[in-house]
Write a protein that binds this ligand. Sequence first.
Ligand SMILES: [Zn+2]
Length: 462
Amino acid sequence: MTIPSFIEKNKDRFLEELLELLRIPSVSADPKFSKEVQAAAAYVKASLLKAGADQAEICPTPGHPIVYAEKIIDPKLPTVLVYGHYDVQPADPYELWDSPPFEPVIKKTSIHPEGAIFARGAADDKGQFYMHIKALETLVATGTLPCNVKFMIEGEEEIGSDHLNQFVLANKDRLKADVILISDTHMIGMQDPSITVGLRGMAYMEVEVTGANRDLHSGTYGGAVANPINVLCQMIASLKDEQEHITLPGFYDKVQELSPSQRQRLNEAPFDLSEYKAKLDIEEVHGEKGYTTIERVGIRPTLDVNGIWGGYTGEGAKTVLPSKAFAKISMRLVPHQDWQEIAQLFEAHLKSIAPASVKIQVKAHHGGAPAVVSDSSLGYRAAEAAMEETFGKRPLPTREGGSIPIVALFQQELGSDPILFGFGLDTDALHSPNEHYGVKNYFMGIETIIAFFRHFSQLSST
Ligand SMILES: [Zn+2]
C-alpha cells in the first residue's frame, strides 16, 4: 500500500488514538494525578510497540518515568531520535474552558476551518509527539522506513525536566543519533511554515521578605516597622528602568547582539501588530525600548513577576502589617546568558538592595539554557525540504519566546542538533484554557515527518 492510501485508510483511527491519550489527565505538577501520569506513559509505550518499535520500555526516574523505544533496521543507516513529552500543564482554571479539558472535542474555528481538537495537551505536546508515532507506523506498515528511529518521551517537561539530564547522561550510547526531532513549538501559520532556530532559556526565582517576627497591628506599628509587601514591591519596581531595561548589574553582559541584517530577516516574518493587540484586547504593547514585538519575544531577555502574595487577601478588611511577603519571578534568557550565573546575580542584587529593616531569602527554582540551532545542518535541510514539499512553501527560520531547556542539553551531551519541528500555531492557547490543535496540522505534521525521513536519508547518503 502507498503512504497516502495507508494514511487515508487509517485516518479516523489515527485521530481516535490521540483523543484517547488526551483523555488521560497526565498533569505532572500535581501529585493527585500521579496515577494518570503513569497511565499516559503506559499508553505511549503500547502505542510505540503497536506502531512497530522493536522494543519499548518505561524507564523509572526519581520523578515521572521516561518512555524509551527504538526500531533499528540497520546499524549502518542514519538514526533519528524523537523527543517529546506526555505530561501536560494543569488545566486550571477549569471554569474558563468551553468544554472539559480532558474530554477532547473537535470544533471548527476561524483559524482551523477543518476543525481543531480542544483538550489540555492537544498541542503541547501530545498531539505533536503522537504524529511521530503515527509517522513511524505508516513507514513500517508501508515498508518505507529508511532510517533507524529512537523515541524518548518524558513526563516532566512541564515541571522543568528535572530527571532528564541524569537519564541522558546515563544513556548516551543508547540515545546516539544523527539528528533529534522535537515537535513542541509552533509555526507562523499554515500559509507560512517556519522552523524554530532559537529558544529562550529561563531562570525561575522565589523571593521571601520577612519584616517583624509576626503579623502586627497596623495601627500600633504601622509607619514604624517595615511592611514586607511594600518593601518587596519597591524592590521589584526597581528591577526595570523607564526604558523597560532590566537593572540587574551584569544582566546584559553576555546577551548575543544580532547584526542589523539578522534583525531585519527576523522582522520579515509576517506579523500584524494591530491584529496582535486586538486578539489580546490591549490598546498598546509594552516592552523594552528600541525593539519590535518580534524582537522582544525572540531575542531579548525578560524579567516578570509570575505571582506575588502576602498579608490579608480574604473578604472585608483586616488591618494587618504582615510579617512576610513572597514573589515568584521568572527571567527568560537569550543566548549566551547562563541561567545559573543569572540566578546568582539576581540573588546578590536583591540582597544588596533589601533595606536593613527586613530579612530576605532568594532561591532558584529551576532554570534552563537558551539555545540556537544551526540552519545549515543536514537535519535542518531535510526538515526544510520536507516542509516545502508538504506546505508548498520554503519555511522561514524563526526564534521563539518559550523555553525548551533540553535543547541545550541535547546539543551538549548528545552532540547532535535538535530540529524544532513544530506544527502548532501560536493561537492554539498553550498552557491556557481551551488549548487546541488543528486536525489539519496533525495530519500535515504526520506527512511532513514522513517526508523528512526520506529527505534525511537521501541527504545522508550523498
Ligand atoms: Zn511542551
